[in-house]
Design a protein around this ligand. Structure first.
Ligand code: SAM
Length: 282
């Protein structure tokens, strides 16, 4: 029996279901239910909330989310070996855990939501973590369907998400996250907390949508930041040649000196460039 519920300890679950960790699926499991409860608590109020969890694996975080009162958890897992273990968790919490065996990059979750507030909480597989985050940050309409994201990343990625202009970590991720959300790093998690331990420290990041943000389209912001930071040491009049017919005119319309470099430009500046791109593309 564990500290948060009457289900077996995770080590036993992993042994019984032969869930040896697979690198190809980014599997680094959290076995300490006190730690998974800390992550679940950090996501905010869970009462009356639908939680989307990506990659529940053996179910440590899933169990914490349910024990702490999430109305429902919709858990998307690609590894078929984990489904039997998760079915046992579902039986302990009747009607509250829906397990979808699917690739989170392709799954359409809208059909599974009840209309209650949604929080996304996950210890993400590192190989698709940024792709998922960018997808949640750049839908056409805003505010998004979720109220908060509480996500585990490698520390270095977490630093890029919260980075401000002028720092080495500032890049495409920092602009996209800062554009529409207020991101912050909540706490670090040592490699020893995972099985198997990853090479680097991880961090839990919490992102809350901004109600007001610089108007522009995500795809244009992605295009300009990709070009600008793809050649971050170059002046923008040079690096933006790959997206604009006339980068100097675009920079001029955005009120940015053409000799500036990407890391000197704040979110407002990039949003102005994204609008210039929209105008050029018609
Ligand atoms: N939540 C568990 C925990 O904290 O112990 C496992 C976290 S582990 C870092 C990442 C999980 O994501 C694994 O269970 C893995 O099988 C799953 N996963 C990997 N790629 C996935 C994908 N494309 N879609 C859904 N789940 C995926």
């Amino acid at each position: 029996m564990s500290a948060i519920d009457d289900l077996p300890p995770l080590r036993e679950v992993i042994r019984r279901h032969e869930l040896s960790a697979r690198k190809s699926l980014g599997q680094n499991f959290l076995l300490d239910l006190n730690l998974t409860a800390r992550i679940a608590r950090a996501s905010g109020e869970l009462e009356g909330v639908d939680v989307i969890e990506i990659g529940p694996g053996p179910g440590g975080l899933t169990r914490a989310l349910l024990a702490l009162g999430a109305q429902r958890v919709i858990a998307v897992e690609k590894d078929s070996r984990a489904i039997a273990a998760l079915t046992e968790v579902a039986a302990r919490y009747p009607g509250r855990l829906e397990v979808l065996e699917a690739d989170a990059l392709e799954a359409d979750l809208s059909l599974h939501l009840s209309g209650a507030p949604v929080r996304i909480v996950a210890n993400l597989p590192y190989n698709i973590a940024t792709a998922l985050l960018v997808g949640w940050l750049t839908p056409d309409s805003w505010p998004p369907f979720w109220q908060s994201l509480t996500l585990m990343f490698q520390r270095e990625v977490a630093e890029r998400i919260v980075a401000a202009p002028g720092s080495d970590a500032y890049g495409r991720l920092g602009v996209l996250a800062g554009w529409r959300t207020q991101p912050k790093i909540l706490f670090d998690v040592a490699p020893t907390a995972f099985v198997p331990p990853p090479k680097v420290t991880s961090s839990v990041v919490h992102l809350v949508p901004r109600t007001e943000y610089e108007p522009c389209e995500g795809r244009h912001l992605e295009a300009v930041t990709q070009a600008a930071f793809g050649q971050r040491r170059k002046m923008l009049r040079q690096s933006l040649k790959s997206v604009f017919r006339d980068p100097v005119a675009a920079l001029d319309s955005a009120g940015i000196e053409p000799t500036r470099r990407a890391e000197e430009i704040d979110v407002k500046g990039f949003a102005a460039l994204a609008r210039a791109l929209a105008a050029e593309r018609g």
